[in-house]
Design a protein around this ligand. Structure first.
Ligand code: 6GU
Length: 230
């Protein structure tokens, strides 16, 4: 039995965007196994007045709506009154980029709260008061933080023991050693004259390891030389 258990709460204005990623494949299986527990909170339910208002125009002028303090604060305060969170994360393009090292660290946490933004983002005071970590998933802009949150959750959850079938596979991923993965092959060993490298068929495992490590280094040198300098 695995003793590991992680609870993830996500605050969003578009719960529907998170349905599919968390209800299929490996993440769903992790939920069914009781390894993780994901709770989605619809910010609209904390909206103000009859129209359940959650956003407003920004002070100082400019296009785009900003998510207001009150609905988010009410939602976060309620969650904080129920349990302690190891991290309160805000998904936003104006943050440090997610990498494997951050995923590894987060996979060891028990309770994580994720806030996703929309429109122009959230009132800065929410970030100042509640957020312990801000994460972007890359140097491009998405319509909202939901898909980024799905990426974050997927990359973290798969590292929890028991989530992926093959215990060692998460540790031999690309990036775990700052190297890209070497090429992989399966049957047939000869496809229309395109042959699998001989060494992989040799059964000589030290040689195979050496070949893989050489190829990983070669590939990294070619495609992501920046990783070798980190
Ligand atoms: Cl976390 N949010 C949005 N809206 N766009 C992004 C992002 C996050 N990361 C990269 N682009």
């Amino acid at each position: 039995m695995y003793i590991c258990f992680m609870r993830i709460d996500i605050i969003t204005v578009s719960p529907g965007l998170l349905e599919s990623p968390f209800n299929h494949s490996i993440i769903q299986r992790a939920k069914n196994k009781g390894l993780i527990d994901i709770h989605i909170h619809d910010l609209r339910e904390y909206g103000l007045g009859n129209y359940r208002q959650i956003d407003d125009t920004q002070f100082g002028g400019g296009a785009g709506m900003v998510l207001m303090i009150k609905p988010i604060a009410t939602c976060i305060d309620q969650l904080l009154s129920e349990r302690t969170y190891d991290e309160v994360i805000y998904m936003t393009p104006d943050a440090k980029t997610l990498n494997q090292s951050t995923c590894n660290t987060l996979s060891l946490k028990e309770n994580i709260l994720i806030l996703t933004g929309h429109y122009k983002g959230v009132d800065q005071r929410i970030r100042d008061k509640y957020i312990t970590k801000e994460i972007s998933i890359g140097d491009y802009v998405l319509t909202g933080g939901e898909l980024a949150a799905a990426v974050l959750v997927d990359s973290v959850v798969r590292l929890i023991p028991g989530v992926i079938g093959d215990e060692t596979s998460a540790l031999t991923d690309s990036f775990q050693d700052n190297l890209l993965s070497p090429p992989v092959y399966t049957r047939p060993s000869n496809y229309e004259g395109m042959k699998v490298p001989e060494v992989l068929l040799s059964g000589n495992f030290p040689k195979i390891e050496e070949w893989r490590s050489d190829k990983a280094y070669e590939r990294t040198q070619q495609i992501r030389p920046d990783l070798l300098n980190d």
